[in-house]
Ligand binder design. Structure first.
Ligand code: NAP
Ligand code: GLV
Length: 318
């Protein structure tokens, strides 16, 4: 049996399915693999099922030299924690789990959009803190959602799923900023510049992959283009946004509010961000439903099993 390292505890059916085929080592901690641990894993196991937070960097591959591992079957669609090019250079295949988490992540994007617009976190804190003294017509007025315009940054699977929910569920106009044109089954207008998109939308939802190409794509300049009534949502990766610039913009109430699922240095969330009332903060819950996490695990295994059987992993990224 080949040796498989699973770097976090996964739902039981996935672990059972993995144990039926492989000699499994299961890491029972929330902390990701450090670079040194990633190197050690590359030298020790035939296959690895990693996830976000594990540091499979250029340096980790360089230190491993000629690794024993032949595949990283990533749990998750985003793989910016793996240098896929460095992996390929030493003959390590990298795969991901696209599609199965699209709906769950888009649903969470809508939860953040609605929560930030209607001040849900703030309201709950007031109520639980004993600060609610009765209904009044002017209490906690939020931002109207239905009929407004959503701007999607990154119109891929998740971006389109958010746009679809906004169009069909909330009668919203859709504009998007993306590398290429997208043909979707509902009206959606591509805007050529990021600032143009940020200024045209009432709600901006970020759905691009993380990594060097998109690092700080949303900077102070892009944020300055938002409408004063705008709401900003990030369900992509923390480092797509300049977190310091975002915190400053929210503190100055440059726009109405934000909803965030991801952060630049997870699990660290800056105190300055946590001190603000006009931002809803979630601990990277995008794909966190049991159905989705089982589907992701099975998809990651499907890739590793294909490699084990000498077939091409169906969701290879390098
Ligand atoms: P996807 O289908 O590959 O979509 C990514 C989209 O971003 C594509 O349309 C792509 O354009 C566009 N894009 C890439 N680089 C760009 C750039 N520099 N400028 C403008 N557009 C760019 O991926 P997905 O399945 O929707 O997932 C997107 C990301 O969401 C993942 O990579 C992951 O980081 C994140 N995510 C987060 C959670 C969570 O828990 N919060 C869960 C799942 C995923 P083209 O089509 O032209 O290539
Ligand atoms: C989660 O963030 C993923 O990329 O799947």
């Amino acid at each position: 049996m080949k040796k498989l390292l699973i770097t976090r505890v996964l739902p039981a059916p996935v672990v059972e399915a993995a144990r039926a085929r492989f000699d499994v080592t299961l890491r029972d901690t929330a902390a990701g693999l450090t670079e040194a641990e990633a190197t050690a894993a590359l030298l020790t196991y035939d296959a690895i099922l990693p996830t976000l937070g594990d540091s499979f960097t250029v340096a980790a591959f360089a230190a491993a030299g000629a690794p024993r591992a032949r595949i990283l079957g990533n749990f998750g669609v985003g793989y910016n924690h793996i240098d896929a090019k460095a992996a390929r250079a030493v003959g390590v295949a990298v795969s991901n789990t696209p599609g199965v988490l699209t709906d769950a992540t888009a649903d969470l994007g809508m939860a953040l959009l609605l929560a930030a617009a209607r001040r849900v976190g703030e309201g709950e804190r007031i109520l639980r803190g004993g600060g609610w003294h009765g209904w009044t017509p002017t209490q906690m007025l939020g931002t109207h959602v239905t009929g407004k315009t959503v701007g999607i940054v990154g119109m891929g699977r998740i971006g389109q799923a958010v746009a679809r929910r906004c169009h069909f569920g909330f009668d919203m106009g859709v504009v998007y900023y993306n590398r290429s044109d997208k043909a979707v089954g509902f009206p959606a207008r591509r805007i050529e510049t990021l600032e143009g998109l940020m200024g045209a939308a009432d709600f901006v939802v970020v759905c691009v992959p993380g990594g060097a190409e998109t690092r700080h794509l949303i900077d102070a300049k892009a944020l300055a283009a938002m409408k004063p009534t705008g709401i900003f949502v990030n369900i992509a990766r923390g480092d797509v946004v300049d977190e310091t610039a975002l915190t400053e913009a929210l503190a100055k109430r440059q726009f109405a509010g934000a909803g965030l699922d991801v952060y630049e240095r997870e699990p660290l969330v800056p105190e300055a961000l946590m001190a603000l009332e006009n931002v809803v903060l979630l601990p990277h819950l995008g794909s966190a439903t049991m159905d989705t996490r089982i589907a992701m695990g099975m998809r990651a295994l499907e890739n590793i099993i294909a490699w084990d059987e000498g077939r091409a992993p169906p969701h290879l990224v390098n």
